[in-house]
Design a protein around this ligand. Structure first.
Ligand code: ADP
Length: 471
């Protein structure tokens, strides 16, 4: 066994499992220091020398228990050449069992076992440098003369070589084979685990990339919404202003015409125009403009949210929600609703924005109540891992399952022509606020029973570094 390099002359069979083995290395699937400990302990307890090498013969571990005699042999060119030849034979892939032989250089006992990953041969655990105790000194010494070694040094080194019966060495080789087989199984398992971890890391990187891309697209979209709604504002103000002027002018014109001394047939024709048709048309224009104004205002709010820097702090949610409820006390009374506030865990967030989330949900609970039964609003909360989860449950109209996604969309109103007014922007804004905080929101609801809106928010503030990366 050569501690430097175990050469592989043409005698070896490279056909099985070695083609791809270059990509899997023992050090990739095992902690080498742990393997070294096992190897050292094995060598010490059995009295054999030991080393693990890759399939090309390069040592992977440090030699354990190596003897002086082999050093004497390798000092001579002939000894070294024979040593390399012998190593090449035990260095082949031997999946079927351990290999054991008498060293072609010096005649010491040596053996080995393959370490494999599936059908790939990745390394060899080699043992040897043991004297068969049935072979006498003179037979062993004859080799010194053959290779031209220093006989005196050779004799001294020979005395230090560990001896044992060949049959005991064979048993050690069997044991080594069993350990090698277990290592092979473990190597496959470890490789599989390593691949899973690598795949997971890759998926995580891809996910982060997509999240960043999506955040960029969202920002672009918010900028477009901002620019469009901002630019629409001034022509709209013009329409609003001139519309008002037109209303005043028209009512003046109507007054003048009604006082004017007009022929009866002209009066009959102009009166319905100035007193009914024009005011009616102007009213439609005003309502349309007001609606557009509210929509543009809502869009501006949504686009501004992306520009706002979060001022997150730990929030006392009992206090925050009590304040939000007291602001709508009148509407609650009007609706004859009862509100129940449970014990709420704190969370991390921007007080203004989080308050906006809950105010919006309360408003909706009041707006979408079921007139056929009393409205009860119940707020509860719990801590779960790194999140605080709040639930706002109402006994309102409820939402059919097929609309559970639609309500979060921009302008996602379920009954746009119904009696309740709205723009369909509230829940979209709420969702954006919650997600900006690193949280999430979902609904559980069915018509006739009511709705439960769940809001999950982080319970700790984000480190300034992370905020900076996200911004
Ligand atoms: P808006 O209230 O202006 O219509 P939202 O975005 O706040 O807009 O809500 C979207 C839609 O979701 C509403 O139009 C309504 O149909 C439905 N919705 C929201 N909250 C509730 C609720 N608590 N109960 C029943 N339906 C609701």
């Amino acid at each position: 066994m050569n501690p430097g390099h175990i050469a592989r002359p043409d005698v070896q069979d490279r056909s099985e499992g070695t083609a791809d083995s270059g990509s899997i290395r023992l050090e990739k699937v095992f902690d080498l220091e742990e393997i070294q400990k096992i190897q050292d302990s094995f060598a010490l307890s059995t009295g054999v020398a030991s080393i693990i090498a890759d399939v090309s013969g390069n040592p992977i571990t440090r030699p354990s228990n190596f003897c002086q005699l082999c050093e004497q042999i390798r000092k001579t060119p002939k000894g070294l050449a024979n040593c390399i030849c012998s190593d090449a034979i035990i260095g082949r892939d031997h999946p079927e069992g351990p290999v054991m032989q008498r060293c072609l250089s010096g005649g010491l006992l040596e053996g080995g076992t393959s370490i494999r990953v599936g059908d790939r041969h990745i390394a060899n655990w080699l043992i040897g440098q043991v004297r068969d105790e049935s072979v006498d000194d003179e037979t062993m010494m004859a080799y010194a003369g053959k290779i031209g070694a220093d006989e005196e040094a050779y004799r001294v080194a020979l005395q230090t070589v560990h001896r044992m019966p060949a049959v005991r060495f064979a048993r050690i080789c069997e044991t080594l084979y069993l350990i090698g087989a277990q290592l092979s199984k473990l190597a496959s398992h470890n490789l599989y685990q390593a691949r899973l971890i690598a795949e997971r890391k890759q998926a995580e990187l891809e996910r982060e990339h997509l999240v960043r891309e999506l955040a960029g697209k969202n920002r672009d979209l918010e900028n477009v919404i901002y620019a469009a709604s901002h630019d629409l504002r001034s022509p709209l103000l013009n329409v609003q202003g001139f519309g008002r002027r037109l209303e005043q002018d028209c009512s003046q014109l109507a007054a003048l015409l009604s006082e004017a001394n007009l022929p009866e047939d002209i009066r009959q024709k102009t009166l319905p125009i100035t007193q009914e048709q024009i005011p009616k048309a102007l009213k439609f224009i005003r309502t349309g403009v007001e609606k557009m104004d509210t929509l543009i205002g809502g869009l501006l709010k949504i686009s501004r949210l992306g520009q706002v820097k979060l001022k997150a702090e730990i929030l006392n949610m009992d206090l925050l929600l009590r304040q939000a409820l007291s602001a709508i006390n009148y509407q609650v009374q009007e609706a004859g609703a009862s509100v129940e506030l449970g014990q709420l865990p704190s969370c991390a967030g921007d007080p203004m924005l989080i308050s906006q989330v809950f105010s919006n949900l309360f408003d909706n609970a009041l707006k979408y109540r079921d007139p056929s039964r009393p409205l009860r609003i119940r707020v509860t909360g719990r801590s779960e891992g790194d999140s605080s989860i709040y639930c706002i449950a109402d006994t309102g109209k409820g939402i059919a399952k097929e609309n559970h996604e639609k309500i979060w969309e921009l302008f996602g109103r379920l009954d746009p022509t119904g009696p309740v007014s709205g723009e369909g922007l509230g829940l979209n804004l709420v969702k954006r606020i919650v997600e900006r905080h690193g949280g999430w929101i979902w609904v559980e609801s069915s018509p006739g029973t009511g709705s439960s809106f769940f809001v999950a928010l982080p319970c700790r503030t984000v480190s300034p570094g992370k905020e900076a990366r996200e911004a």
